[in-house]
Design a protein around this ligand. Structure first.
Ligand SMILES: O=C(O)CCC(=O)C(=O)O
Length: 303
C-alpha cells in the first residue's frame, strides 16, 4: 500500500480540496480486496444496507409517504372507475427512471475480513495528516457501482446531507476498475470546499437526477472550472467532503466499480440530521450534540 504523503500532496489537498494517490493498492491488494468485496456483496443479496433495504429512518419516512399517496390515489381511481368507467390501467415499463450509482453501504460491518481494509491505520493516518487533525473515526464505507449505460451522479457536496457538520472530513474514493471519462470518473470544483457551508438546498433535498440542479440552487458556483480525475484501478482520489463534486455518465457496457471511505474527526458531534446509512434504533439512541462514540464509528487512527 502506498502510504507516504508528500508535502505537495497535502498542500494540494488543503488548497484544492482533493488529491490523488497513485497505486494506493498494489496489484495483489487490489485483487484481494476486490474478491473480498465481491463476496460481501454476494452475501448482502438484494440489501444495500446491513439492516435490510427498507429498515432505515429516512427511507421508512419516504415509504410511509409513498404508501399514503398511493392509497389515496387508489381511492380516487376506484371512485372514478365506479362512476365514469374511464380508468384504463397502463402497464408499467420502468422506462425513463434514472440509473444512478448503486451504493452498498457499510459492508465492513457484516464481513469481518473486510474490516482490515476499512480500519487500516495507515489510511487513517493519511486522513489525519491531510486534514491536520489528531484523530479520525470511520463515518461510512460504500461500494459504488455505476451500472453500464448509467446516468451521471449529480453535482453536490457530501457534508450538508450528513449527520455532522465538519470542515475536516476526508473521503477516500478508491477505483476498483479504471475510472475514466468514458465510464464515469469523478469531477471536482477545485477550491469549492472552502466556500460550501452546511446548509441544504431548500427546494430539492436529493438534487434529483439532473446533473446540474446544484448550479440552479447555488448559482455562485456556476462559473467555476471543473476538473475530471481519471484513475487507474487501485489508485485513489481523496476529497474533502465539503468539495462540490459529481461523476460522469457511464457510456460503456461495463459496471464502473469503486469504494469510498469517509472519515470524521473523532470529536465531531451529531447535528440532528438522520442519514440513510444507520438503523432507526441507532438514531433513537443518539442525542443531538453527542459524539459518535459507538460500534458503527470506531476510531481508526489517533496521533
Ligand atoms: O461514484 C460516483 O458516481 C459518485 C460518488 C460520490 O458522489 C461520492 O462519493 O460522494
Amino acid at each position: 500500500m502506498q502510504v507516504n504523503l508528500t508535502s505537495q500532496q497535502i498542500e494540494h489537498y488543503r488548497e484544492k480540496g482533493y488529491m490523488v494517490i497513485e497505486n494506493l493498492l498494489s496489484v495483489q491488494e487490489l485483487k484481494k480486496w476486490s474478491q473480498v468485496i465481491n463476496r460481501a456483496i454476494e452475501k448482502r443479496g438484494q440489501n444495500l444496507l446491513p439492516f435490510g433495504r427498507a429498515r432505515c429512518a429516512v427511507r421508512d419516512q419516504r415509504i410511509k409517504t409513498t404508501r399514503t399517496l398511493r392509497s389515496t390515489l387508489r381511492s380516487i381511481k376506484r371512485f372514478l372507475y365506479k362512476n365514469k368507467n374511464v380508468i384504463q390501467k397502463k402497464p408499467s415499463t420502468g422506462q425513463g427512471k434514472p440509473q444512478l450509482v448503486q451504493e452498498y453501504a457499510n459492508l465492513w460491518e457484516d464481513v469481518p475480513e473486510y474490516r482490515e481494509l476499512i480500519l487500516d491505520k495507515r489510511i487513517g493516518k493519511m486522513a489525519v495528516e491531510l486534514e491536520g487533525i489528531s484523530s479520525v473515526r470511520v463515518w461510512t464505507e460504500k461500494v459504488l457501482f455505476k451500472p453500464a449505460w448509467g446516468d451521471p451522479s449529480p453535482w453536490h457536496a457530501d457534508v450538508p446531507y450528513s449527520s455532522y457538520d465538519s470542515h475536516h472530513s476526508p473521503t477516500f474514493w478508491i477505483a476498483l476498475e479504471d475510472a475514466t471519462l468514458r465510464n464515469g470518473c469523478m469531477h471536482y470544483l477545485p477550491g469549492s470546499h472552502k466556500l460550501r457551508g452546511f446548509e441544504l438546498p431548500k427546494i430539492d433535498r436529493n438534487l434529483g437526477s439532473h446533473v446540474g440542479t446544484f448550479f440552479q440552487l447555488f448559482p455562485q458556483y456556476k462559473d467555476m472550472e471543473s476538473v475530471a480525475v481519471e484513475l487507474k484501478a487501485g489508485s485513489c482520489v481523496v476529497h474533502n467532503s465539503l468539495i462540490v463534486h459529481g461523476a460522469g455518465a457511464n457510456m460503456t457496457s461495463h459496471t464502473r466499480k469503486a469504494v469510498n471511505i469517509t472519515f470524521i474527526p473523532s470529536n465531531v458531534t451529531y447535528n440532528g440530521k438522520k442519514t440513510y446509512y444507520f438503523p432507526q434504533e441507532y438514531w433513537d439512541s443518539l442525542q443531538q450534540g453527542q459524539m459518535f462514540d459507538d460500534k458503527y464509528h470506531p476510531v481508526v487512527y489517533q496521533s
